[in-house]
Design a binder for this molecule. Structure first.
Ligand code: SAH
Length: 344
């Protein structure tokens, strides 16, 4: 028997074709799309469809759900961290962060990750599988329901490497941006990558004005090779070249993420070298005091080091911020909850 399709895995256009194929009018797509993204979990809730059609849909398709396995709310800043269970039992994480300008969600794009960054908990067990477009949008749909408030920004910075799951991520972006659904503007979406060059180039041609965030974390290949194995495939020169192409085509400013790791990449000399390499680019640097994960010996740079690093970059005319440490009391860094769970 053919496998049932998760209707949330289809883009709006694909959903239209789906209904034409079963001899239904095209406008069914819009009706069903609206229901799905409002979070219905059962075809019988689709009250503007006939009983026969609902029955037919049940035979050939299904509506994916997500259940909350664990939930932790920070007492410091209201950040909520979720461990979520997919239909096949796999676990992923999402985080809700509250800012003055609105509510952001950080979503996962894969179960596990194969990038191997050695300061990151998400990659320890390797890649289990890609998330489908529906499983990505379910994080937005069901957490919006859970918090009973509107999510206004999305960051693809949870478990996984989004550009390693390229086609599904693009479908997800199209659906979450669609006016008949959740309708979040591309400018309110940030995709973070460890630097997969072919994906960056491809993304630049999608005509989607999202913000690209690149996890650089080092000023030279020697250091980057030791913390990010992906650098052996795409070194800093190649990544920066791709970033220049991206900004030329999209006219969008890139964010460079730079995790501050004590004694590894946080010296004044490192800051000088970094500023020389990215000077003149349409970019912004975000310094991230690294979250301690218990499997690794790395620790966070001191505030003094971070401030000196920032001052050096700013003196060279590079706009720099230090990421606020949200959810410090709930292990909010990516992969830690799932990791903790698999150990128990
Ligand atoms: N794979 C993508 C997106 C997921 S990781 C990427 O690499 O960008 C999201 C961000 O969190 C990346 O910048 C990543 O390097 C960073 N990160 C991972 N582990 C961290 C830790 N322990 N402390 C601080 N940042 C971490």
């Amino acid at each position: 028997m053919e496998q049932k399709v998760n209707l949330k895995d289809l883009t709006f256009d694909e959903l239209e074709k789906f209904f034409l194929n079963i001899h239904q009018p095209k406008y069914r797509a819009k009706q069903v799309f609206q229901w799905l993204h409002r979070g219905v979990t059962d075809f019988d809730q689709l009250t503007n469809l006939s009983k026969e059609l609902r029955h037919q849909l049940k035979e050939i398709s299904y509506i994916s759900t997500l259940s909350i396995a664990e939930k932790y709310q920070s007492k410091l800043d209201g950040t909520i961290k979720y461990l979520l269970r997919l239909n096949d039992g796999n676990l992923i994480e999402s985080v809700i962060m509250k800012y003055k300008h609105g509510i952001s969600i950080c979503i996962s794009t894969q179960v596990g990750c194969r990038m191997g960054c050695n300061f990151c908990a998400s990659t320890i067990g390797g890649l289990v599988r890609h998330l489908t477009p529906g499983e990505m949008i379910d994080q937005v749909i069901f957490l919006q329901k859970d918090i009973q408030d509107r999510i206004s920004n999305i960051v693809l910075m949870g478990i996984g490497e989004p550009l390693d799951n390229y086609d599904n991520v693009i479908k997800f972006l199209k659906n979450v941006n669609h006016p008949a659904g959740i309708n979040i503007g591309y400018r309110h979406i940030t995709l973070s990558t460890s630097g997969l060059v072919p994906g960056i180039i491809k993304l630049s041609k999608e005509n989607m004005p999202i913000t690209l965030s690149v996890s650089l974390h080092a000023p030279n290949d020697k250091i980057r090779n030791t913390i990010m194995p992906v650098n052996r495939s795409y070194n800093i020169d190649k990544v920066l070249e791709a970033c220049k192409i991206y900004t030329e085509i999209t006219k969008r400013r890139i964010t460079f993420e730079y995790a501050m790791i004590a004694g590894v990449n946080d010296s004044a000399e490192n800051a000088e070298e970094l500023s020389t390499r990215i000077k003149g680019m349409l970019c912004h640097v975000n310094l991230i005091p690294i979250n301690k994960i218990k499997e690794k010996e790395y620790s966070r740079s001191s505030d003094k080091k971070i401030n000196t690093f920032k001052a050096i970059l700013e003196k060279k005319g590079i706009s720099t911020t230090v990421r606020r440490e949200l959810g410090g009391d709930i292990n909010a860094s990516c992969g830690q909850l799932r990791r903790g769970h698999s150990e128990n």
